[in-house]
Design a protein around this ligand. Sequence first.
Ligand SMILES: C[S@@+](CC[C@H](N)C(=O)[O-])C[C@H]1O[C@@H](n2cnc3c(N)ncnc32)[C@H](O)[C@@H]1O
Length: 219
Amino acid sequence: MLHLVIAEAELEPVPKDIANHPAVVNHARRRGKRPEETILDATYHHAAIKKLPDGERRGRPDIVHVCLLNALESIANREGLLRVYVHTRNDEVIYVKPETRIPRNYNRFVGLMESLFKNRAVPRDLKLLRLEEKSLGELVDEIKPDGVFVMHEDGELMKPPEFGRTLSRFQNPLVVVGGFPHGDFRGKIPGRKVSLYREPLMAWTVVNEIIINFEHWSL
Ligand SMILES: C[S@@+](CC[C@H](N)C(=O)[O-])C[C@H]1O[C@@H](n2cnc3c(N)ncnc32)[C@H](O)[C@@H]1O
């Protein structure tokens, strides 16, 4: 079983500090929600986000959306060989049941995330998505993997097929991919740093490369 963690993802409700900013208030009103109930989104909250620390990288639910679509619709997931988790910049972990159907439509996905942050689980009966306050370290301790790999541009360079083969030597490997658009992990991430290419890649490309090459050795 491969455990895939999208870590330090830039997915969060609008922080209190900018809840009164006109860009946030107007967007919330259009969606019929209170500002604090909406998800921070760089596309709509650009003017407000600039005022936040780390503003240049925050408000990117789209990264989580594409990574989840790719991972959950993969053959590995259909075969029951994958578990996916999202860890956020505020140390929350979203547990994703393998049978979850993530909405293709971005606005619907954001609506789902808004319900998740409000109710801590969606849908209430099936709890396909569940949110808990938890650090990445606590999540790793809980999963108890027999190998931890951190995808990183500065890591030891391994071609994707070679990385797939490396993963196949473990029973329960865990792979961490950064869910942010720019810069490095903010916290210390334990594990073997691996680079799949000599240049930075988008998080969803890395997710695809990991899963496809894991499948090659595991199906
Ligand atoms: C968009 S990148 C992060 C931003 C990147 N540091 C930059 O400044 O362009 C998102 C994540 O993809 C993974 N990643 C990006 N390039 C990679 C590479 N060449 N090899 C392995 N993983 C990579 C890392 O986990 C990274 O945190």
